[in-house]
Design a protein around this ligand. Structure first.
Ligand code: ATP
Length: 230
């Protein structure tokens, strides 16, 4: 299945503000892409349009043959749940659920039985070095551990694309480094592509491609030397 994520001429305005002024890009399956740029340049707006959270005013976003922009809200939500994974700055785990239940959540939404979903979730937690943590609530874990749970939740349903918005923003440098190593390794292993919005050049160094946004447009798009990968 061709699951290239393609954006063509994306435009988004808020009143007088041009958040995206005609952005086109294609991200191939398996690519790891960092999006950087000054505050207010349009990074989050781009991420939200690419992931179907926000509808652009103009242009389109396609995953393979499917045009996300013209889908009904219900179709787009379904595609988001089944083909996309998300990692946010603060994990956004459900506080009342255990780590395993949080990871199992996308599988339960996809119709898996509770026992199969929890077994798969626990396998993912082991893979990410959290074998003993399945029963803990997010509040009983460190920030780095919670972010690893969020990574497992983003990948458990084998998405085509993982979107990460400042995934290390709430972590110290060493923990952030570790989280990026895990995030890039597991997305590559699963064949998904990864799109990371970040202000941190070290975080971007874990990705194979860097897209720089300035004033609502792509200013530069190039391969990185993957300095973060040792
Ligand atoms: N909901 C909104 N209503 C009005 N203006 C908005 C809204 N969301 C974003 N903007 C504006 O659109 C522009 C782009 O915002 P965006 O959040 O995409 O930038 P960013 O590059 O992600 O910034 P940061 O690095 O500070 O998070 C900014 O001028 C911002 O103020």
């Amino acid at each position: 299945m061709n699951e290239t994520l393609t954006a063509t001429n994306l435009v988004k305005t808020y009143g007088q503000v041009h958040a995206l002024a005609g952005v086109s890009l294609a991200i191939n399956a398996g690519e790891t892409v960092a999006i950087m740029g000054p505050s207010g340049s349009g990074k989050s707006t781009l991420l939200h349009c690419l992931s179907g959270i926000l509808k652009p005013d103009g242009g389109d976003v396609r995953l393979g043959g499917a045009d996300i922009t013209t889908m009904s809200d219900a179709q787009r939500s379904k595609l988001r749940r089944s083909r996309f994974g998300f990692v946010f700055q603060d994990g956004q785990l459900v506080a009342e659920l255990s780590a395993a239940e949080n990871v199992a959540f996308p599988l339960l939404l996809a119709g898996w039985s509770r026992s199969k979903a929890l077994a798969e979730a626990n396998q993912w937690l082991s893979r990410l070095g959290l074998a003993e943590m399945g029963g803990r609530k997010p509040g009983e874990m460190s920030g780095g551990q919670a972010q690893r749970v969020a990574i497992a939740r983003a990948l458990v349903h084998k998405p085509a694309v993982v979107f990460a918005d400042e995934p290390t923003g709430a972590l110290d440098q060493a923990t952030g480094h570790e989280v990026m190593q895990i995030l890039t390794t597991v997305t590559k292993m699963s064949g998904a592509s990864l799109i990371v919005v970040t202000h941190d050049t070290k975080v971007a160094g874990w990705c194979s491609r860097l897209i720089e946004i300035r004033d609502a447009l792509i200013h530069a798009d190039s391969a990185t030397n993957q300095a973060g990968v040792r």
